[in-house]
Write a new protein. Structure first.
Length: 384
């Protein structure tokens, strides 16, 4: 058994190695020289004597270097707005191959004279930072939120190439502040002390949704108090949520009588003259009296989003309704018990019970509202 397991594991490892080598070779054949190099090196780390990986690496490495250097020449000739940025990425790929080879002794045997391009990369980075800085400045000067977003990313690139390049940190902060959609969110309290705690539980769930939306780094929701503290007199949007109307504990009682019959019920067993026994089947009847109490709680919540400019135009206005029905059934029957099914018997065995506390029913009717409100808010802010 042990030997069988070892053989199986060996075959699995061999299969993975063959597949890995085949994939590296396919990359080479398709002209993906860089990927072929990196894949071959990875295989040689775990299988230093893998002839296929060695062969692929020996072929792919000079082709990868040649292809990447050709791209460098093309970028120099193109004089595009981001030629130095592209050259940075290319030199980083060249150095990534060099570093991977240095960390794999078997790969060093195959490519003993791998080339490094640290000095070239160091010379190019300030030029790449400059072009990203200029691009960011041009976008920032346009003065729109979308252009500020582009500027923010350009300044981050500039800072990545040369940390602290010129006044890039100030530029990053300025672009970020202009790019953020600042929304003052007002969750109106309800005019009821009895349900104030329940409403706050609902609003806590709404705040979680707003935090979820804020995972987009360019949207921020502030309370009116926070906006006042930050002296934010002109936010981009106002978001208001309030309970338009609600009813808790609307009670209805109903009573119904059902005539029940069930056929082919065993009534008795008789003995025939010949001594054999025979079942006597027949119909049984009963009258079921069921009482039902329903307590209905429902409400409507309004969501309004308006533009923060002078026009205060309405961007979205929608009502969301929800309902929760608590009920209890109990009853009794007259007649043959066998005419009742299990559910009907359970009703007869049930006792009248008190409904949920009003505060809990308030929470229950807001659950479907929360689900609909969450989906609507996420869809709306995706566009920003």
């Amino acid at each position: 058994m042990k030997n069988t397991l070892l053989v199986s594991l060996s075959l699995i490892v061999l299969g993975l190695c063959i597949n890995g080598c085949n994939s590296s070779k396919k990359m080479l054949q398709r002209g993906n020289y860089y990927q072929a190099v990196m894949s071959s090196i990875e295989k040689l780390r775990t299988s230093p004597n893998n002839d296929k990986a060695r062969n692929t690496l020996s072929q792919a490495y000079p082709l990868a270097v040649g292809t990447l250097m050709d791209k460098i020449d093309s970028e120099k000739a193109s004089r595009s707005d981001f030629q130095f940025t592209q050259m940075v990425y290319i030199f980083q790929d060249l150095n990534a191959m060099y570093e991977s080879i240095q960390r794999a002794p078997a790969a060093k045997e195959v490519v003993p004279n791998a080339k490094k391009y640290y000095s070239q990369l160091a010379n190019i980075k300030p030029k790449a930072a400059q072009e990203q800085y200029l691009a960011g400045t041009a976008q920032l000067n346009l003065g729109t939120r979308e252009s500020a977003k582009q500027a923010y990313f350009s300044f981050l690139e500039a800072d990545k190439f040369v940390p602290g390049f010129k006044d890039v940190n100030k530029k990053i902060e300025k672009a970020y502040n202009l790019a953020i959609l600042k929304v003052v969110a007002r969750l109106k309290p309800i005019k009821s002390r009895r349900y104030n705690l329940s409403a706050n539980i609902f609003y806590d769930e709404v705040r979680k949704v707003l935090r979820e939306i804020e995972k987009d780094e360019f949207i921020r929701f502030l309370t009116p108090k926070q906006a006042k503290k930050r002296k934010l007199n002109k936010p981009d949007q106002y978001l208001v949520i309030n309970f338009e109307d609600f009813i808790v504990g609307e009670t209805h009682t109903q009573e119904r009588i059902e005539k029940l019959e069930k056929d082919s019920v065993l009534l008795s067993t008789i003995t025939l003259d010949d001594g054999k026994k025979r079942d006597v089947l027949g119909t049984v009847k009963a009258e079921l009296n069921v009482k039902r109490m329903e307590v209905i709680s429902k409400g409507i919540i309004n969501l309004t989003i308006t533009h923060g400019g002078f026009d205060k135009r309405v961007l979205m206005k929608q009502d969301f309704g929800g309902q929760y029905v608590w009920y209890n059934e109990w009853g009794h029957f007259n007649g043959d018990e066998r005419a009742l099914n299990d559910e009907q018997l359970a009703i007869c065995n049930a006792q009248r019970i008190a409904p949920l506390p009003p505060q809990q029913m308030f929470i229950e009717f807001t659950r479907p509202i929360h689900a609909k409100l969450r989906n609507r808010l996420i869809r709306f802010y995706k566009r920003y």
